[in-house]
Ligand binder design. Structure first.
Ligand code: 2RA
Length: 350
């Protein structure tokens, strides 16, 4: 029969998008079990057009589960993904708890689907949304030109910080709408008051800090881009520098990328690769005003790439602008794709 899937964290920002994605994609699952904190147990959610009652997270909840997706905070995954695995499920985890564990593969199916088969702990990790928003395009270019360095700046949407992030921006936008704020030092900060999960106002502003502070002034997000890109691409020595910035966008992360390669590159060759790469859409006609923006990309599955230029001072380097929906490919969609790779393996289709 078809494998049983559990969705842990079904009521969260990513879980909600996941239920929509599971309803749209080819139906490879038998039972879909929805699991959340005891606080949400008993709620009914719609998946595949059916009402399903949410059950509380417990050991018994994983009985008979073949694949368990986790969209929960790091500490919840750290505790419960190994329990799901000990019950015989393959855990596909979207937290940061296991991504850099050498015994846990970090998988983006378009780039390294093969890595999903080797999972000594019964756990597969899903990358962070910032890495995921550009890595499919980078993987395609790497396969052709051989990547040697990435220098990126991110423009990250507030939904990366969950529902609280979205609520915070929406409340702030109401406070600044129709005013003349944004003309005096501190006027926006005073008007919006509470900045919620962000270290500065998000309305009428950009904040050059996402995640938490780590060593030498780097943030957790910046280290994730570096470490995860290296692991996914299988390039442990890849030079990577990231500056992660939060912008007043609800959903869809963008990045500017300076990518340096072993070999000389041309825009025409890069266009050809990006236009034919699975999971990538090339949208690059600036003369017609055509380039990806979060407002146009949100709600879609692919990684969108535009503004492709060859670096003026380096024939081996490209400059690009990349957008990806951080809740879809950046989280739920990639997790669903990994789970489908496992389902195909379990049912002998792969
Ligand atoms: C963010 N990447 O955008 C984080 C979410 N995991 O805040």
């Amino acid at each position: 029969g078809k494998p049983t899937l559990a969705v842990v964290g079904a009521t969260g920002a990513v879980g909600t998008v996941m239920l929509g994605i599971l309803s749209e994609r080819a139906d490879v699952w038998g039972e879909i079990r929805l699991i959340a904190s005891p606080r949400s147990a008993g709620r009914k959610l719609t998946v595949r057009g059916e009402q399903v009652e949410v059950v509380a997270l417990s050991e018994e909840a994983f009985e008979g589960v073949d694949v368990a997706m986790f969209d929960v905070p790091d500490e919840v995954s750290a505790q419960w993904a190994p329990i799901a695995a000990s019950k015989g499920a393959v855990a596909v985890d979207n937290s940061g708890a296991f991504r850099m564990d050498p015994n846990v593969p970090l998988v983006v199916p378009e780039v390294n689907a093969h890595a999903a088969r080797v999972r000594p702990r019964g756990i597969i990790s899903n990358p962070n949304c910032t890495t995921l928003s550009m890595i499919v395009a980078m993987g395609a270019l790497h396969a052709e030109f051989g990547l040697s360095e990435l220098i990126v700046s991110s423009y990250q949407a507030v939904s990366g910080a969950g529902k609280e992030g979205v609520d915070t921006l929406r409340e702030q936008l109401v406070k600044v709408a129709g005013t003349e704020l944004g003309t005096q030092p501190g006027d926006v900060r005073r008007a919006v008051g509470d900045t919620g999960p962000f270290p500065g106002p998000m309305a009428l502003n950009v904040v050059p800090f996402a995640g938490s502070l780590k060593e030498d002034g780097w943030t957790s997000e910046e280290l994730k881009v570096r470490n995860e890109s290296r692991k996914i691409l299988g390039l442990p020595g890849l030079r990577v520098t990231a500056t992660c910035v939060r912008v007043p966008v609800i959903t869809t992360h963008s990045l500017t990328v300076h990518a340096r390669f072993e070999n000389e590159v041309t825009v025409a060759a890069a266009h050809e690769i990006l236009a034919s790469a699975p999971g990538v859409v090339l949208c690059d006609n600036p003369a017609k005003g055509e380039f990806p923006t979060p407002a146009d990309v949100v709600g879609t599955d692919p990684t969108w790439v535009g503004r492709v230029r060859r670096s003026m001072d380096d024939p081996n380097a490209l400059e690009l602008f990349v957008c990806g929906d951080n809740l879809r490919k950046g989280a739920a969609l990639n997790t669903a794709q990994i789970a489908e790779v496992v389902a195909a393996e379990l049912t002998g289709v792969a």
